[in-house]
Design a protein around this ligand. Sequence first.
Ligand code: CAA
Length: 316
Amino acid sequence: MTQSENHQTAKSPDHSMFTIGVIGAGQMGHGIAHVMLRAGHIVLLLDTSKDLVEAGAKRIIKGLARDVEKERLTKEACEQALTRLKTATMPTKPAKPAIPKELFFPRRADLAAADVIIEAVTEKFDVKAGVFRLLERYCPPETIFASNTSSISITRLAAATGRPAKFVGLHFFNPVPVMKLVEVVPGLQTAPETVETAIVLAASAGKTPVRVNDFPGFVSNRVLMPMINEAVFCLMEGVADAAGIDNVMKLGMNHPMGPLELADLIGLDVCRDIMMVLYESFHDSKYRPCPLLEKMVAAGWLGCKSGRGFYEYPKK
Ligand code: CAA
């Protein structure tokens, strides 16, 4: 495991080097940790089990090695980046007062030193809010909390914490090391300096931050998800087969991936959940998830991550 016990974790006053906590070592979390390390920041990567954290760290190591191969990073910079990666597991619930917190949380001091925490866990309000409530036990009031949510209201998440002024949406795109955009989403109570720090942080990682107001789906998923959902309706109604639909959008619209391939990459469960957020937020039937999408999610056909979605993906 790549860890450095002795790295300086004091808060960086000039923000040239941030200490970042990334919660969730999955597809988005490990990608965010990767780009933050590549940008020179200190990263503490957390998930609920050792296996999950180690799997995320392995993907980061592989990604950084790929950066060296492609000459985006020198070998020395890669080695340094790895010394700035720390990992830990975190509990799913606050520890009972009778049990020493250290048993649950070996990196409490590191977490307390973080300038910004970026949460990238399951796209469910209760899970995210639970993570932030837990983090409030470990992080001082000045630590900025950011959520990588793709559709949940930032204002509502912020209100579930005791620091709504220090809360912001930082919405990265998959695959994180490749996609240039970060939507920076202030909630109703977010302080201007929190937004400014979020913009500086995203830019430091080589991303183009675009400030977007807190509306369901922001801009990205308000536009993208109905397109994907409509492609699923086309498939369900037999307008064309999956490859045909994707080819129309790739060859006719110059999209790098067809909407069904992209849905497989994002995860069909994520697409369905985002459609539900749009549907329930706007109370407009145009956002209802396509029944075929619902059925595939129910079957466990979730796309690349489950080996089957609109296409099949042999296990690597
Ligand atoms: N993870 C990490 N890296 C990946 C990757 C993945 N899943 N897929 C491709 N890459 C990397 C490749 O390794 C390659 O990197 P190198 O420079 O090191 O070689 C680079 O991307 C280009 O890949 P390829 O040459 O193999 O393929 P490509 O040129 O066709 O690009 C793609 C692949 C970048 C995924 C491109 O098809 C694309 O841009 N697709 C659209 C992706 C998209 O729309 N993402 C947004 C999804 S929505 C979202 O994330 C937000 C949300 O809230 C749901």
